[in-house]
Ligand binder design. Structure first.
Ligand code: C5P
Length: 415
């Protein structure tokens, strides 16, 4: 089946923004930010925490937002179900304004004891944090740790910035909330980030397991982090994602269609079945090159003599897709230890790929590669041209890979 999309996907316009106002002194800027968001064309709903209402009145917020303001007082009030669940269906994006260390900590820990926290747990759309707090509180490892956790889930941050602080005697420091105009800019950035709307990505992740008997297998240390990062970013940017995953200890990003596999042959079956209807394939799975020729259905008994295993090569799944390719963009990952670029370019040609990401086995102590949060990759094209990317998080690598796919998509579809 030919792709449904012969033209560029149009940026999807977000309309509904849920703004959570927290109890920082910067809550005083919330009415201006709400007014600016409304003027920029967004339809707003507002939640104010109990502490926020000590800095700014609900009436001021409601007037600025031209909407109701929800508080802990009306949570669960005379209605079935919960206000947080009702509100969770509304937004295309959530903005946490004048975000305090307390609200960040609650969200990072998954607490849900107030309306704002419970709503943050319930929504499935991009979340933008706009922190405002004392610099010592911002720089504290607890707050920074919570920020890292939230970012690992794909949450976005704008600010804080360095500047004059609202607290008496504190002078200046890193903790000041960004200006309302910057909030609007950051929300807009979330909007335009949904540039993959209408595209369907097939992403493979993790290792395969090739069983020798019911309890022993050949595998590799792939953690699945790279593939899950690609899937997460693609979903955030509005794509539909089918995630075919080997056994890993990660939670799939919300919204992905997940197909669990173990062996290379199961991976092949899942990928082959989905291929026709997808627009791009990102193959990060570390497929075992061999499987046992004669796996045993019973556990093999240990003996003291040497054991010879006969292995059969697994099919090259990506190469198979390359042969079937019609409109799909195909991207692979290659792990090499030497002559990386030449070998990767050769693989890209043999497998009929649009490009391949060359990376390296785990560099012990450096936090790169297998199992790590960071990666250092080189994008290699079939013609041998390449781009060396500096070390970055796997989420950032995922973003750049998707940028590369979108670029190829545009080249193909807009002539
Ligand atoms: O193992 P190799 O270096 O050839 O892997 C490069 C790419 O090919 C990776 O994206 C991997 O997922 C894919 N591959 C595959 N089937 C195999 C081996 C690798 O699809 N049997």
């Amino acid at each position: 089946m030919r792709s449904r999309y012969n033209i560029l996907p149009m940026p999807f316009l977000l309309k509904n923004v849920l703004v959570l106002v927290c109890g920082s002194v910067a809550a005083g800027k919330a009415p201006t930010a709400l007014r600016r968001l409304r003027e920029a064309g967004y339809t707003l709903q507002v939640i104010a925490t109990a502490r926020a209402l000590e800095f700014v009145t609900a009436l001021t917020l409601a007037t600025a937002a031209e909407s109701e303001v929800h508080t802990d007082l009306d949570w669960f009030k005379v209605q079935p179900g919960g206000k947080h669940l009702e509100l969770s269906h509304f937004p295309d994006a959530v903005v946490v304004l004048a975000a305090t260390s307390d609200t960040m900590a609650r969200a990072a820990l998954g607490l849900s004891g107030d309306l704002a926290s419970a709503t943050l747990l319930s929504v499935r759309c991009p979340i933008l944090w706009v922190p405002a707090m004392n610099p010592r509180m911002w720089e504290h490892p607890a707050t920074q740790g919570h920020k890292t956790t939230l970012e690992s889930w794909g949450h976005h941050f704008v600010g804080p910035v360095s500047g004059k602080l609202g607290t008496r005697g504190e002078g200046a420091g890193m903790g000041r909330m960004v200006e309302p105009e910057d909030v609007v800019g950051a929300v807009r950035a979330l909007v335009t980030a949904r540039d993959l709307e209408g595209l369907h990505f097939l992403v493979t992740a993790g290792p395969t397991r090739e069983y020798l008997d019911p309890v022993r297998f050949i595998s590799n240390p792939s953690s699945g982090k790279m593939g899950y990062a690609v899937a997460k970013v693609a979903l955030e940017r509005g794509a539909q994602v089918t995630l075919v995953t080997g056994p890993v200890s990660l939670t799939p990003p919300p919204g992905a269609k997940v197909v669990q596999i173990e062996s290379a042959l199961e991976l092949k079956a899942a990928v082959d079945a989905a291929f026709e209807s997808v627009d791009a394939v990102v193959m990060t799975a570390a497929v075992a090159d061999y499987r046992a020729s004669k796996p045993s259905s019973e556990k093999e008994t240990k003996t003291s003599s040497a054991l010879t295993l006969e292995l059969t090569p697994n099919p090259d799944i990506l190469k198979g897709l390359g042969e079937r390719k019609t409109h799909q963009i195909l991207v692979g990952f290659a792990m090499e230890t030497d002559k990386g670029v030449d070998k990767a370019a050769d693989k890209a040609r043999r497998k009929n790929l649009d490009f391949i990401l060359l990376n390296y086995p785990a560099r012990v102590g450096e936090g790169i590669g297998f199992g790590a949060d960071d990666n250092e990759v080189t994008l290699v094209r079939p013609d041998g041209t390449f781009e060396v990317w500096e070390r970055m998080t796997k989420l950032e690598v995922g973003k750049r890979v998707l940028d590369g796919i979108l670029e190829r998509w545009k080249e193909r579809n807009v002539k």
